[in-house]
Ligand binder design. Structure first.
Ligand SMILES: Cc1cc2nc3c(=O)[nH]c(=O)nc-3n(C[C@H](O)[C@H](O)[C@H](O)COP(=O)(O)O)c2cc1C
Length: 215
């Protein structure tokens, strides 16, 4: 996609409609994404709330093909190890839902094709008294996912890089006090955005208190 007007793209998507139609888009085209558009979605991330308004995020957009291949090889091995037991369970359980199977297959597709995703966006944070503060980053991460939805980019939230983070973080130039928390593979979607399957809100909303069981 060329000739994008970075200032206006995505500005017309109604907020709640955007929220309801943001989902994990894991099938991505290899076509390049302009750096200015990555800047725009990361800027949306910076408008997230954070404790004490500390704004502890660091964004690293890996775009170089050789560097993406380095990440993808390690991610694929890590994710295949992680997902193997779930695939075994699915094979033995006829009641394993189709939605779950689809989700697992899409996640595996992403792992096998990660090198093709034109942007590997890492979000890193901070530690307090030696403990990682990843909760401080998820509002910013969600803002980025929503901004990707608004501008028409496909994206998903992944954390499977955690198992090779000891090698990854120094390779990204990150210090132990600013560990990576999430990897958002971003690119132009092969499919379409749409409403994801979710429990009806009335199954999880209560007013004043959760009723006693049986009442
Ligand atoms: C904390 C967290 C970690 C996740 N890690 C991964 C991951 O490592 N790989 C992956 O493909 N998806 C990952 N996901 C994405 C979820 O699988 C996805 O949000 C869920 O299946 C719903 O997808 P949908 O919005 O398309 O319905 C993660 C989501 C969250 C919130």
């Amino acid at each position: 996609m060329s000739g994008i007007d970075i200032a206006s793209i995505g500005e017309d998507v109604p907020l709640l409609e955007g929220i309801r139609t943001t989902r994990a888009i894991r099938r991505l085209k290899p076509d390049p994404v302009p750096r200015e558009l990555i800047r725009k979605v990361c800027e949306a991330g910076t408008f997230a709330p954070s404790g004490g308004n500390r704004q502890p995020w660091t964004f690293i957009a890996v775009m170089d093909p050789d560097r993406r291949a380095w990440v993808a090889e390690r991610y694929r091995n890590a994710f295949r190890r992680y997902i193997a037991p779930a695939f075994e369970a699915a094979e033995q359980d006829p009641d394993f839902s189709d939605a779950k199977r689809r989700n697992m297959r899409a996640a595996l597709h992403l792992a096998d094709h990660l090198h093709e995703a034109p942007v590997h966006l890492f979000v890193a944070g901070w530690t307090r008294r030696g403990r990682e503060q990843s909760q401080a980053l998820f509002p910013a991460i969600q803002n980025i996912l929503l901004a990707c939805r608004a501008v028409g980019l496909g994206a998903s939230l992944t954390t499977a890089h955690g198992s090779f983070r000891d090698d990854l973080d120094p390779w990204l130039g990150l210090r132990p006090e600013t560990p990576s928390c999430a990897l958002l593979p971003i690119g132009w979607p092969r499919g379409r955005y749409g409403r994801p399957p979710r429990r009806p809100v009335d199954e999880c909303l209560y007013f004043d208190r959760v009723p006693e069981e049986g009442s």
